[in-house]
Design a protein around this ligand. Structure first.
Ligand SMILES: Nc1ncnc2c1ncn2[C@@H]1O[C@H](COP(=O)(O)OP(=O)(O)O)[C@@H](O)[C@H]1O
Ligand SMILES: [Mg+2]
Length: 250
């Protein structure tokens, strides 16, 4: 299980204003505004195709927004170099994209050497500490195929944490996992939230959103339909569209 002692994060604020994104001529994100305060967790929920992944891709500039603004702490994220931005905002996907022929330790250490320019020895030291942080100290020498899906996802999270990000984003990080492995990864995510990381989490795990989120954002058809506390969103939904969504997923 993840360690809970010691390490605290200093998450930054993330603020989206009027974000609009398109693929070709088709607008899939329309005038989205949301603020994630430092050290808080926002969960984004909504039906498939509502633009959740596109939003995360826009924040990280994997797909450039058409208009609107993204601010990370005091910086205009759309004016930063994309590789600098991606060091400051970690993104964890459903599929972990680990190097299959490298150990867990090397997967994390390689990122440190490539991105942070660390020496081999320093990268190995930091990578070991990061794996310990996600509860995988004993698995450092295992290759991905010798790890469970949940452990592989925790390696991917350790790799993202190794960049010392100010914000962590998760895109359905547990959707590809066998049911019995989901909890370990969700616990780790909750643990990061408790320790001050700023988190933007796209998830179908309504129990997680209810328990961990400071704010829940419901999206449909590229727009934010409703946003509020878990209590507001899950127990007192206002829009018919959200009520219908909840009746289908809860
Ligand atoms: N690379 C792409 N090219 C064209 N259309 C895309 C692409 N990725 C996503 N879309 C479309 O954009 C819309 C939003 O998709 P997405 O952000 O993946 O939604 P979600 O993550 O909520 O399921 C969908 O209509 C989807 O078909
Ligand atoms: Mg998606």
């Amino acid at each position: 299980m993840p360690v809970t002692d010691g390490h605290f994060y200093e998450g930054s604020s993330l603020e989206l204003q009027g974000l609009t994104m398109a693929y070709g001529d088709i607008e899939v994100l329309k005038d989205v505004s949301l603020t994630v305060a430092p050290g808080t967790t926002t969960c984004i929920i909504g039906p498939s195709g509502s633009g959740k992944s596109t939003l995360l891709r826009g924040v990280n500039r994997l797909h450039e927004p058409k208009s609107g603004s993204v601010r990370l702490a005091d910086d205009d994220a759309l004016a930063l170099k994309p590789d600098v931005l991606r060091r400051r905002i970690g993104l964890v996907f459903q599929h972990f994209n680990l190097f299959p022929d490298h150990t867990a330790l090397d997967n994390v250490a390689l990122a440190l050497r490539n991105v942070k320019g660390m020496s081999k020895k320093e990268a190995a030291r930091v990578a070991a500490a990061r794996l310990d942080e996600v509860g995988l100290a004993e698995r450092a020498d295992h290759r991905p195929r010798d790890l469970s899906g949940g452990q592989q996802q925790r390696v991917a999270i350790a790799r993202a944490l190794a960049m010392d990000p100010e914000v962590m984003m998760f895109d359905e990080a547990t959707s590809a996992l066998d049911p019995e492995l989901v909890k370990g990864v969700l616990n780790l995510m909750a643990n990061l939230a408790q320790r001050g990381m700023t988190m933007l989490v796209v998830t179908h795990e309504m129990g997680f959103a209810r328990k961990v989120a400071d704010q829940v954002v419901f999206m449909d058809e590229g727009r934010v339909v409703e946003a509020g506390t878990p209590d507001q969103i899950f127990d007192h939904p206002e829009s018919p569209r959200l009520r219908r969504f909840l009746s289908e997923v809860l």
